[in-house]
Write a protein that binds this ligand. Sequence first.
Ligand SMILES: Cc1cc2nc3c(=O)[nH]c(=O)nc-3n(C[C@H](O)[C@H](O)[C@H](O)COP(=O)(O)OP(=O)(O)OC[C@H]3O[C@@H](n4cnc5c(N)ncnc54)[C@H](O)[C@@H]3O)c2cc1C
Ligand code: FES
Length: 258
Amino acid sequence: MRTVVRVVERIEETPSTVTLRFPYAPAAEPGQFVMLWIPGDDEIPMSLSYVEGDRKGVTVKAMGATSRHVLTIAPGDWIGLRGPYGNRFDLAPRRLLIVAGGSGAAVLAPGAERVVAGGGSVVVALGATRAPELLFRQRFAEMGARVEVATDDASAGFAGYVTGVAERLLAEEPFDAVWTCGPEVMMRKVLALADARGVPTFGSTERHMKCAIGMCDACAFGPFHVCTDGPVFSSGQLRSVPDFGVFHRDAAGRRVRF
Ligand SMILES: Cc1cc2nc3c(=O)[nH]c(=O)nc-3n(C[C@H](O)[C@H](O)[C@H](O)COP(=O)(O)OP(=O)(O)OC[C@H]3O[C@@H](n4cnc5c(N)ncnc54)[C@H](O)[C@@H]3O)c2cc1C
Ligand code: FES
């Protein structure tokens, strides 16, 4: 059932990304998502970038028509919510490496906060196309994580893809687990790098969604449904899906190469 609430805060995180905060009481865990309905437009899946308490949040990057519409929402505007849905990150790792590309940081930040609060250490490899697009750099630093950045255009940190930073960190330091979210091609590379070091990976995946409750098959991911079996998948599960990092499906269900 959908709940309609008023947005209470809008934060411009980067030139292409905003966070909306709103009152929403259902309990949520790091990694879970909601179906966000924009009145007069569409309903899209969005991870909860803030899961604690009654004031939840989503952090949305402009991709197409509906997410661009989200960026125009202001405090006082109505939105609809269903969920939370899906599974969560395993919060057990004591030495965690996070590899985030673009808006993927939104998915990973709440779990990082829990791991740090539980006494674990978190290193974040944070990538973006350019420095102003580095999402949650300050939030990760303020929670006590060590942040190493990479930008495609060399405007901050390592010049190149964030996987370059991840490769160095995995060679230099021991980790219990890697969490990753971002472009699937990036996540596939992260999985290969972590596999080579024997470190388990948990990747948060994205597919088009309609029902979000395992009924419509829109989010099929190999033998899995992203909405009910994921969105967080383990190394073994990711390896078992040949499409991972290679093909996704468009809104009509057609297989499309990334
Ligand atoms: C579980 C889950 C959690 C998500 N969390 C976030 C989040 O925290 N922040 C955020 O900014 N985005 C998140 N997304 C992605 C977000 O749902 C899409 O960007 C959004 O639905 C795009 O809708 P649109 O109408 O704006 O663009 P569209 O016009 O539908 O799409 C724009 C482009 O993005 C591609 N695309 C759209 N949706 C998906 C998808 N689900 N998987 C792969 N490619 C897609 C399209 O093929 C197209 O190339 C999440 C997706 C899922 C499934
Ligand atoms: S969105 Fe319908 S089965 Fe996952």
